[in-house]
Design a protein around this ligand. Structure first.
Ligand SMILES: Cc1ncc(COP(=O)(O)O)c(C=O)c1O
Ligand SMILES: N[C@@H](CCOP(=O)(O)O)C(=O)O
Length: 460
């Protein structure tokens, strides 16, 4: 399998090189040259596979330059740290299916891909004898999942930029209490979009990228999206065992990585009816789908802080397919967007979008009310991001079956959950004592030059 760029200006590369490249060197995002189609017989033969085996079947289609035994070992060990034998179990509460993606070590869906990516980096660096400096941006969850994926690993240094004071207190502590020498947290005085911009600028400076061997842990890295495709299949098998009606996945969305993984699963042939894109009040993607209006606004702070994002990086991957795999159109729309802050689409394109996606924006009160009502009726605690997806499903999926992705554990967002239910969620064992642990973190202005200097000083 070869990988190409959404901007069309790189020579195709293999999977291993795509993982190491992170952001494509022409500023675009990497995609497989073709998405493999899964026929009905293969799909049915995968139905009973345990999670790790299913992950191997799917990932090996895209990662054919890694020997099968090595890939299997990497995948198997990536899920040893999960506290549920099914890895991503599906539960049913009040008629709503919930795919629990938060059973990894940092209690968010990011662990599913980042435990794998950490192992993959370690394997590839051992093979090449190189070192890597990971630079990533987080609105709260990618950061700790990436840090846990690579802490203490040889030949890897990690720099994570998060918006200062804008994550939940537990999210910040999950990052800054990791004191391993290879871990560097930077709290940026700005928004997640500022952090992501700086990271992209550093990757686009090809001299800096090469000199410091930068590695990407954000969903700009294709391996992130790939590992997330697996749980769509896994959940679909569990739910389609029980129902005949069309299945819609409701996906709380920020950077468009998770829902893009669903789009890939659908394109591979998984019978998904619609992808329901659920946003909080940062609703640029909902405006796009429902009104054809993709115009940038300013970031609003919400009780679902991991989705406080305006510019979703993986949207570019989707646009590549919307534009019939035409990189010139992708380049053109991003050039205009940089100048005007908006994108324009034809009526035909918007019809295509609405065949694949539906969308709902969920406000603060609705999010809190959903947590409260769900808890009262079922005893089940939703985290605020999951609540956004559940509310969108309850409002939009009137015909058919909804599977809501539960992207984080409620204990990460204690304040919001307490506000909704009147009681703080119980702490799982992995968070015990976290509020008392010492922390290390550099607070910096949203200034690329200063951050670049900091990374250059600490890089190894
Ligand atoms: C808990 C949680 N839910 C949902 C999202 C949105 O996922 P994505 O950015 O892949 O759209 C994020 C962060 O990205 C998250 O941390
Ligand atoms: N919500 C994310 C934002 C970064 O998204 P990514 O999927 O591109 O890593 C976070 O929690 O950091």
């Amino acid at each position: 399998m070869k990988y190409i760029s959404t901007r069309g200006n790189i020579q195709p590369v293999g999977f291993k090189e795509a993982v190491m490249m992170g952001l494509a060197t022409d500023g675009g995002l990497l995609l497989p040259e073709r998405i493999p189609a899964i026929d009905a017989a293969t799909l049915s033969s995968w139905r009973q596979l345990p999670y790790r085996e299913l992950a191997f079947r799917i990932i090996s289609l895209f990662a054919d330059d890694i020997p099968a035994n090595d890939l299997k070992r990497l995948i198997d060990s990536s899920y040893d740290s999960f506290d549920h034998k099914e890895i991503t179990p599906v539960v049913k509460e009040n008629g709503v299916y919930i795919a629990e993606l938060f059973h990894g070590p940092t209690l968010a869906f990011k662990d599913v891909a980042l435990q794998f990516l950490g192992n993959l980096f370690e394997y590839l660096l051992k093979e090449s004898g190189q070192k890597m400096n990971i630079v990533g941006a987080t609105s709260g969850d990618t950061g700790s999942a990436a840090i846990y994926g690579v802490r203490g690993k040889e030949n890897i240094n990690i720099f994570i930029l998060h918006p200062h004071g804008k994550t939940s207190p537990i999210q910040a502590r999950q990052m800054t209490t990791v004191l391993d020498a290879n871990v560097h947290n930077i709290a940026v005085k700005g928004t997640f979009d500022d952090c992501q911009n700086i990271v992209k600028e550093l990757f686009n400076d090809l001299t800096f990228k090469e000199k410091y061997a930068l590695g990407a842990v954000n969903s700009i890295n294709w391996a992130r999206v790939l590992a997330q495709v697996v749980y769509y299949f896994y959940a679909w098998f569990r739910v389609s065992d029980e129902v005949d009606s069309p299945i819609t996945f409701s996906v709380p969305t920020g950077n468009f990585g998770d829902i893009f993984a669903g789009f890939v699963a659908k394109r591979m042939g998984l019978p998904i009816d619609k992808l329901l894109l659920a946003t909080n009040e940062n609703n640029i993607l909902t405006r796009f789908i429902n009104e054809g209006d993709y115009s940038i606004g300013s970031v609003v702070q919400t009780v679902s802080p991991s989705m406080d994002i305006q510019v979703a990086s993986n949207f570019e991957r989707y646009l590549y397919y919307l534009f019939d795999e035409n990189p010139a159109r992708v380049r053109d729309i991003f050039t205009r967007f940089a100048a005007t802050g908006r994108m324009d689409f034809t009526d035909e394109e918007m019809r295509t979008v609405r065949r694949e996606f539906a969308s709902r924006s969920v406000n603060e009160q609705e999010t809190l009310d959903t947590i409260a009502a769900f808890h009262q009726e079922t005893g089940y605690l939703l985290d605020p991001h999951t609540a956004v997806g559940v509310k969108a499903a309850l409002a939009c999926v009137t015909d058919g079956t909804a599977v809501c992705l539960a992207t984080a554990h409620p204990a990460k967002f204690g304040e919001a959950v307490e506000k909704a239910t009147g009681t703080a969620p119980p702490f799982p064992a992995c968070l015990a004592g976290i509020e008392q642990l010492p922390t290390r973190c550099e607070i910096m202005e949203a200034n690329r030059t200063a951050i670049e200097k900091f990374i250059a000083e600490k890089a190894r």
